[in-house]
Write a protein that binds this ligand. Sequence first.
Ligand code: NOJ
Ligand code: MG
Length: 598
Amino acid sequence: MAESDCTFSVFDPPAAFGDKRRGAKLLVFPLVLVVAVAATAERQLDWWETTIFYQIYPRSFKDSDGDGIGDLNGITENLEHLKELGIGATWLSPIFKSPMYDFGYDIADFYAIQDEYGTMEDFDRLIAKANELDIKIVLDFVPNHTSNESVWFEEALRGHEKYYDYFIWEDGTVDENGVMHPPNNWVSVFRKSAWEYREEVGKYYLHQFVIGQPDLNFRNPDVVEEMKNVIRFWLGKGVAGFRVDAISHLFEVDKELYGGRFPDEPLSGGLNGDPDNYDYLNHIYTKDQDETFDMVYQWRDVFDEFAAEDGLTRVMMTEAYSSPQLTMRYFGEGDREGAQMPFNFVLISDVGGSSTAYEIKYALDKFLTFKPVDKLANWVAGNHDNNRVASRFSPELVDGINMIVLLMPGIAVTYMGEEIGMVDGYVSWEDTVDPSGCNTDDPINYWTVSRDPERTPFQWNADKNAGFSSGHKTWLPVAAGYETLNVEVQKAVERSHLKVYQQLAALRNQSAFRHGRYESVAFNSDVFAFRRWHKEANYIVVVNFRNQPYTIDLSYFENVEGHLEVVVSSIQSPKKAGDVLEANRAEILGSEALVLKV
Ligand code: NOJ
Ligand code: MG
């Protein structure tokens, strides 16, 4: 048998298990790999299958020039922080030119860097430094909308037909008094009508998010090609993939099926009396349309063209808060490949501080139950749109949640600051800038929907502005308590969230966590545990979600008996690495989280 065939047959992973080019790459070093595999008999994992993806919200990570706003040089100068944590990839929220009505998710020029974040040269330096440190850079792709200050939208307003068709326009409705109203009842995610009138064209345009975010028309092939070019541009610059924003909003129903006008959406039955609220309607015409999935597969083809050129797998993560059935469709269908990581948001959307261990287990099982057998799960407990783990669960559960995110089977995603257990900052109504908060027009209750609290500056040290900026004022206030809750302190003390995080990141390299199987149980309404095992290696992770101690019989798990050794413990636990527990009567203290080795 030819050497290449032999190599391929030994290593070929299940077809969908990542990238078809892996075989081609292996051919370059067949002998080395044969030895490696003979020793471990493991499937070779690609970079994205083992790494941790760390989300940086650039505006809040590190300000290098004292204007109170984080920037690219701030990221470049602090990439070592990621390296020290054991992280190999970062995804950045948008860094492109934007008037910032939605803090960068309203893009005016997909090919330019926002001035306050730096220049294209700064970006190139970021990539170069990341390459040196072997950290992959993933960018945010925002295909659903542009900014109303984009050239495309401005040209549309000027009557340029090509660009007019880039957006979604509709005539208003006129009532018996001759007053014009929006075309239908569609509501923006950020409240109020999703339609905005433009005098210049005498029509309304659709914006599913803020008024400054006109939706692109993906039924126009020019838009499809235009946005593929955006992908090509950045992949060509060495970017390792994209997080894809607001994917379920990409298409609206084809209005030709409804007599040429977009139909009203039905009422959801909830939130009676507040037709401005997004949840007032059931979004059957503006979300999760079938065409969306095909577009994702088309983008994956573009990603794969690049990977075929230079051998670097480009990764796609899709942002959709959807049912598990819909979420799985982003992986691919039939012989079409899609996103490697349709974000698994259960730890954000399904559970919180009051959830029982049963509910936690049920939520964690969801993705694993629905996902195709040959795809990887991923775990996300936080991002710039949702309250922080310490605030949604509790500060005591920070380590426990990090144990779940980093040690469950699959890919881990961490929002910056979760490694030190940052808490939501207090942002007064006067200081509130997030459109989601501002659009409530409610100085009392704005905070329930404002996303500013989870976007407050990263806490580096106890200096002015938590070491984030030397400026007089930061774009959002620094959260209280930063003097003691910061990276510098957590590096210096013996036990800290940061140190737990480092230990967990290192544990991920063990075969039990890379290749091992998984089983879980809720021992009672408070204590959740799971086992990861592979060959001889056998680990148990126990998280007590309440502040009450229990004696737990961990020999419930197969092959778990005798002494168990503590490998990692949450910071408030009196147990230290190396301590020993009896499997059949393990004392688990209130809010304690442990990784145990059998
Ligand atoms: C999801 C992003 O994460 C969020 O921050 C943004 O406001 C919307 N998409 C609109 O782009
Ligand atoms: Mg700055």
